[in-house]
Design a binder for this molecule. Structure first.
Ligand SMILES: [Zn+2]
Length: 228
């Protein structure tokens, strides 16, 4: 939100008047992602497409510099065209070269279609409401780092044992380090591990049940326990 609100207007304001080199928007996007990465706001192996997607649909809601430049040039063009007939100066302006063709930005392709990274969102879209599922991104109060970690888990890029041989070529045993029963995938850690079942899953279940319980108390005017 800070980048969209404070940094992008600096780029937006002179766009369409000062010319960008074709590569500059892309380089600025890369520099921004590097900063986010350094501060834990973008997990290293996560795809970049999700970064520029609206939060309502599961993205991080960052505006791409490339997109900002394109939008701004387009809106100046539309504005100039709308009043050029009655304004001689603007009609000159309109006939001058206004837009340049930016090279297409491969970061903006949809990550839902990626076989591995997009699997979670494709599955959710089939069985539930994606908009409501993504509400934790618009209504939640998580820290940037926690948010990035959850996104990384959804995109299956956390360094589980199953992924380690593929990424680092260091380990051959793919089995879960706790139960040694099944390959250590994100899905296994979240809901398939017998060792975690005894403690962590019960605790998660109770926390969720607590939220539901308190919401029901609110709705029906019942007394709520003082402590969570
Ligand atoms: Zn396990």
């Amino acid at each position: 939100m800070a980048i969209n609100t404070y940094a992008l207007p600096v780029i937006r304001y002179p766009t369409g008047i000062i010319k960008w080199t074709a590569e500059a928007p892309k380089e600025t996007n890369i520099a921004t992602r590097k900063l986010l990465n350094m501060h834990g706001a973008l997990y290293p192996k996560c795809g970049t497409a999700r970064l520029y997607r609206d939060r309502k649909y599961g993205g991080k809601g960052l505006k791409s510099v490339h997109q900002t430049v394109k939008e701004e040039e387009q809106s100046i063009k539309v504005y100039a065209a709308s009043i050029a007939t009655s304004d001689k100066l603007l009609s000159e302006f309109q006939s001058a070269t206004l837009t340049m063709e930016l090279p297409s930005d491969d970061e903006e392709t949809d990550w839902h279609m990626k076989p591995f990274r997009g699997a979670y969102h494709r599955q959710i879209s089939k069985v539930g409401d994606l908009y409501q599922t993504c509400m934790w991104l618009t209504k939640g109060n998580l820290t940037t780092n926690t948010e990035s970690l959850i996104m990384a888990a959804q995109e299956q890029v956390l360094p589980t044992r199953q992924l380690q041989p593929k990424i680092c070529h260091t380990r051959d045993d793919l089995r879960c380090r706790l139960c040694k029963d099944a390959p250590e995938t994100i899905q296994h850690i979240i809901n398939g591990c017998k060792q975690l079942g005894k403690s962590a899953y019960t605790e998660w279940h109770n926390h969720v049940a607590g939220v539901v319980y308190r919401s029901l108390c609110d709705e029906y005017g019942l007394n709520k326990p003082q402590h969570w």
